[in-house]
Design a protein around this ligand. Structure first.
Ligand code: HEC
Length: 147
């Protein structure tokens, strides 16, 4: 069951045409001439999966999956573009977002919008420290007018 869900999860993101690259600094273009880092690819999938999750939560149709949380756990070991990113602070921010993802998973339906927006806040907090470029795009994931 878990594998089936996980394969659905990745199949959806691979087909999404909105997939696009965003660098941490808006000025640098080819920091990584050998291709995108493992962490950058993971983050790009995360953004698409967070957008799908937003629709689920906003429409009160579902909640965060184990596959989503497993992807956050993989960020701990994924290789970044800039090796200086992998610090104890990065680990602490990543632990915080995993804790928040689990809080969302356990939230009652009335509290999911609030907990989802807290999850987006956890993305932004790490990005303020390590990767400011995508912050504006990440903030658009917030649910502003809950039904
Ligand atoms: C623990 C820190 C941390 C957290 C939490 C985090 N990010 Fe990131 N994110 C990064 C770093 C570092 C990069 C740069 C990756 C690289 O280039 O190797 C990045 C890159 C990105 C990118 C650009 C990827 C590209 O195209 O190159 C997007 C989009 C992104 N993150 C979205 C998100 C979203 C959405 C969340 C929350 C669901 C999130 N991030 C949570 C640290 C984090």
């Amino acid at each position: 069951m878990g594998c089936f869900l996980a394969s659905l999860f990745f199949a959806c993101s691979a087909n999404d045409k909105k997939e696009q690259k965003e660098s941490c600094t808006t000025t640098t273009s080819a920091i990584n001439p050998n291709g995108d880092s493992e962490l950058a690819l993971l983050m790009r999938r995360l953004r698409l999966n967070t957008d799908s999750l937003k629709q689920l939560i906003a429409n009160k149709e579902g909640n965060i999956s184990d596959a989503y949380i497993a992807e956050l756990e993989r960020a701990h070991s994924a290789i970044p573009t800039d090796p200086n990113v992998k610090t104890p602070e990065f680990t602490a921010f990543n632990d915080l977002i995993i804790t928040q993802a689990k809080a969302l998973q356990n939230a009652s339906i009335e509290n999911r919008t609030k907990e989802f927006n807290q999850l987006i806040n956890s993305c932004v907090n790490c990005h303020l420290r390590f990767c400011p470029g995508p912050i504006e795009a990440i903030q658009k994931l917030n649910i502003v007018n809950p039904i």
